[in-house]
Design a protein around this ligand. Sequence first.
Ligand code: 6PG
Length: 242
Amino acid sequence: MPMRRAAAVTTRWHVYASAEALADRAAQVVIRCASEATAQRGAFSLVLAGGSTPRAVYERLRRLPADWRRWEVWFGDERCLPDGDAQRNDVMAHDALLAHVPIPAQRVHRVPAQDGAKAAATAYGAAVGAAGRFDLVLLGLGEDGHTASLFPGRPVGDEPDAAAALAVGGAPKPPAERVSLSARRLADARQVMFLVTGRAKTDAVRAWHRGGDIPAARIAPPGGVDVWLDAPAADGLCAGRR
Ligand code: 6PG
C-alpha cells in the first residue's frame, strides 16, 4: 500500500539559540495565549505535553502571572503506569507546574491510565470529546518522529471520524502501553506548539522539514503548527534564528 503523504499543513519553524531561551519565550507565549483566550471566551483550555522537554517551560510558567482559575488542563497522552508513578506525564506536570498554581482540581483532567489503555482511552475520549476546541496544544517530538503517543507505522487517528483518544500497545518508547489523544483531536485546536530541543532530535526535525510523513506531521490544525527548536535540534535548518 503506498505510503500516504502527511496532510499539507502550514508549518512555521522557530529557532532559538538555546533550550533556556526557547523555554523563556514559550512560557511567555503560553501566558499571552491564556490571557487572550480568557478575555475572549472566559476560559483557557490547554493540552500539556509529556516527556522531559516541557518541564523547563512549566517551571517558568508557574512564576508568571495568570488567571489560573480560568485554566482547563488536558494531557496529550499518558503512560499506563500506577497513579502517582514518577514516570507518568501527569506527575511531571504536577511537580513542575500544577502543584504550584491555583488551577481548580476539577479543571485538571488526568488520563485514568492506571486503568489500562482500552478503558482509559474510552473514558478519556468521552471526556475530551465534550471539551470543544482547545486553545493551545503543546506537543513534543520523539527521535523517531512520534508525538504524544502516536508512533511511526501505527494508527495516528487523523481520519475525520477518528476517536478522540487511542489505546496504544507495544509502544517503542517505554512503557509499551499508553493512551494518546488522536491526531484528529489534537488538531482541533486554535494553536499547536511543538517544543523540540537537543541534538538527538535533528534527524526527526530534518525529515519533517523535508516533508517526511512522520506522526508529528499528521497533526494538521486549520491554523497550521508552530515548531519551536533550539539550535542543536535545528542543526542549521534554514529557519531564521531568534
Ligand atoms: C511521552 C511523550 C512523548 C514525548 C517525546 C519527547 O510520553 O514520552 O508524550 O511524546 O513528548 O517522546 O520526549 P522528550 O521531551 O523527553 O525528548
